[in-house]
Ligand binder design. Structure first.
Ligand SMILES: [Fe+2]
Length: 184
């Protein structure tokens, strides 16, 4: 019998509290090539996003379980391209996922099997179903941290290579954004 670790959800920050919470951080240096104007950011050691998730004792790749986490994407830009996650498709491609907006203002870029895409606005209370076979990436277009909850299957896994994101999102003025085709 698996030992159940108790965690709590703090809705104010928002964050997960408890001993059974794991964290991972992604610094700009690990994926600066993903940005169009990558030479315009000097602080490569900056943490662009972090993920906290319930350490529930399940092993990625096994079937039938669920993982729960929160992604936090910092506000800012590289050049004028908004901070974003690396983006991924699931290794077990035909597995879906739920995201939900907790705080901040962002976009969820979904790229479907046929290459078409959608940009869904993410804000507190928004709910997003990500179908299987769909690449997905979060982009922070606001001025505060973007926090997004996620629930995905233990068998899903993350594939950062076999996904393609055809558009980029740039800052335009103080409160608007511009979507451009990606040339790389
Ligand atoms: Fe995912």
């Amino acid at each position: 019998m698996m030992r159940k670790e108790i965690i709590h959800f703090n809705p104010i920050l928002p964050k997960l509290d408890g001993e059974a919470v794991n964290y991972s951080q992604t610094k700009l240096e690990s994926y600066v090539d993903y940005y169009q104007n990558r030479d315009q950011e000097s602080d490569l050691s900056k943490v662009i996003y972090e993920v906290e998730y319930h350490e529930n004792g399940l092993v990625e790749g096994t079937k039938g379980g669920l993982f729960l986490g929160i992604s936090h994407v910092m506000p800012g830009t590289v050049g004028n391209e908004f901070y974003m996650t690396k983006g991924h498709i699931h290794q077990e491609k035909d597995t879906g996922e739920y995201y939900w907006g907790m705080k901040g203002r962002g976009l969820l870029l979904l790229v479907f099997e046929d290459g078409t895409y959608e940009l869904e606005e993410v804000s507190q209370g928004s709910i997003h179903y990500i179908p299987g076979n769909t690449s997905h990436r979060l982009i922070n277009i606001g001025t505060e941290k973007l926090s997004v909850g996620a629930c995905w299957l233990t068998e899903s896994g993350h594939d950062y290579v076999n996904c393609h994101f055809p558009v980029r999102v740039f800052k335009k003025g103080e409160k608007t954004f511009e979507v451009s085709n990606s040339t790389t």
